[in-house]
Design a protein around this ligand. Structure first.
Ligand code: HEM
Ligand code: HEM
Length: 211
């Protein structure tokens, strides 16, 4: 099979740092709400610690540091290299609708560059959700530093937005993996492991992309 190079090692390492720390953040974040004991997760061998608040908080802090560092790196790296291929453009909402219709057999699939219009929209949604989690998480961490008094109403809103956005992040994660498992997208999966994808797939589904 002839392949083309899609993602550099730097991009793949950054993706997996964000994905890995994001999954650990999800697990440790929800662990702070007393649900693992209630739903018997603590009875799974090896997960007895999962309802210990001190431990889940420490894991949440360590993974948050990785998550923040990888996101900051991603933004500075691509900004300095002037790589904006995944940032949404005018007409992407209409392009996404056309793309979704084509997946259901209605109409022709639009011609795509390296990223499809719907991928650019998804990128913006996952990216802004991550930034909201990062900002509200930093405020919650600041409050935990010591005897710091913040307006209780402000803190309550921050906690509410952090938890709500955390739940939305979980839905996005599930949708992201589910979308990649669809037959039409499955050939993209190797791109985040080996960096390469099938050349024929690239030609038919990303015809305006010159690797
Ligand atoms: C919390 C976890 C994750 C986050 C936040 C995340 C985030 C992202 C983002 C923002 C993109 C670029 C937009 C897009 O192409 O849709 C992307 C691409 C990608 N992700 Fe993830 N991801 C996560 C987990 C995973 C997992 C578990 C897999 C394994 C199947 C995966 C495989 C991929 C692949 C193959 C691409 C490249 C698609 C392409 O080349 O066009 N991701 N991810
Ligand atoms: C994928 C990203 C994240 C998810 C899904 C997530 C999820 C959660 C959830 C569900 C909670 C428990 C609700 C609560 O106690 O209010 C929580 C608490 C917390 N999160 Fe996150 N979070 C994420 C990222 C972050 C980041 C980046 C930071 C720090 C920069 C952070 C800092 C905190 C802090 C300090 C707490 C509260 C600890 C306490 O005082 O009880 N989180 N998170």
């Amino acid at each position: 099979m002839r392949t083309v190079h899609r993602h550099t090692l730097t991009v793949r390492v950054t993706h997996w740092l964000i994905a890995g720390s994001g999954i650990v953040l999800l697990f440790s974040g929800f662990g702070q709400m007393p649900m693992y004991k209630r739903y018997n997760i603590i009875k799974i061998p090896g997960l007895g610690w999962s309802s210990d608040y001190e431990i889940t908080l420490l894991i949440h802090y360590i993974s948050a540091a990785l998550f923040c560092a990888a996101i900051l790196f991603h933004m500075v790296y691509h900004f300095r290299r002037k790589e904006f291929g995944i940032v949404p453009k005018k007409g992407d909402v209409a392009g996404s609708i056309q793309g979704l219709k084509a997946m259901l057999g209605m109409g022709k699939e639009p011609e795509h560059e390296k990223f499809q219009a719907k991928q650019r929209i998804i990128y913006a949604i996952i990216g802004s959700t991550s930034l909201i989690l990062l900002a509200t998480g930093l405020i919650k961490s600041y409050k935990n530093l010591g005897p710091i008094i913040l307006d209780p109403m402000f803190l309550q809103w921050t906690a509410f937005i952090h938890t709500g956005t955390g739940m939305f992040f979980m839905l996005l994660f599930i949708a992201h993996v589910a979308a990649l498992l669809l037959k039409g997208h499955r050939p993209l999966i190797p791109s985040m492991f080996s960096g390469k994808i099938d050349a024929d797939y690239a030609r038919t589904h990303h015809s305006k992309w010159q690797p």
